[in-house]
Unconditional design. Structure first.
Length: 170
């Protein structure tokens, strides 16, 4: 009986070794694939910023608004020219000029600042609420403010007009 018990144990022992070698081979293959994939991912990740840095160093980008100056005004509160109704507009206007020095010069010159404010006030009081609440109306208002500002600060170029506050009270 002892022989019978050993014989079945021997064949069971041999397949167990084969299974463990098979499992070991599969695990080793998975580990190698994962390490290889991780290495490739690290290579491509590390490589891209280096190319971007070299390209940025070779051709420095120039910001369109670099050195731009801002001329700020106190908020305007005006009566609009609506017939038959009394409507108000509260608006904060900022002018973008080419250079920061130009903006500083305008801010320090009380005469130019008051002329600009007066021209903007005249323009705003002539507007109706139906016109200025539309996107086209706001764009036209910006364009007209820029045109009037250019005539007041003649050699200085006004590149844009920004509204940081725009409220129409009905």
């Amino acid at each position: 009986m002892a022989d019978k018990e050993q014989t079945p144990a021997d064949p069971a022992a041999k397949p167990a070794k084969k299974k463990s070698k098979g499992k070991l081979f599969i695990i080793a293959s998975v580990v190698i694939v994962l390490l290889g994939g991780g290495g490739l991912a690290a290579y491509f990740t590390m490589r891209k910023p280096a190319e971007t840095t070299e390209a940025a160093a070779a051709a420095p980008k120039k910001d369109a608004h670099a050195g731009a100056g801002i001329v700020s005004f106190e908020p305007f509160v005006v009566n609009l020219a609506d017939p038959g109704a009394q409507r108000f507009l509260r608006i904060s206007v900022r002018l973008i000029v080419a250079e920061e020095e130009d903006a500083k010069h305008i801010q320090e010159s009380e005469v130019q600042l008051m002329r600009l404010r007066s021209a903007i006030l005249e323009l705003l009081t002539a507007e109706t609420s139906d016109h200025i609440v539309t996107p086209d109306g706001k764009a036209a208002l910006k364009k007209e403010i820029a045109e009037r500002a250019v005539h007041i600060v003649e050699p200085i170029e006004v590149s844009d007009v920004l509204f940081s506050d725009f409220v129409v009270q009905y």
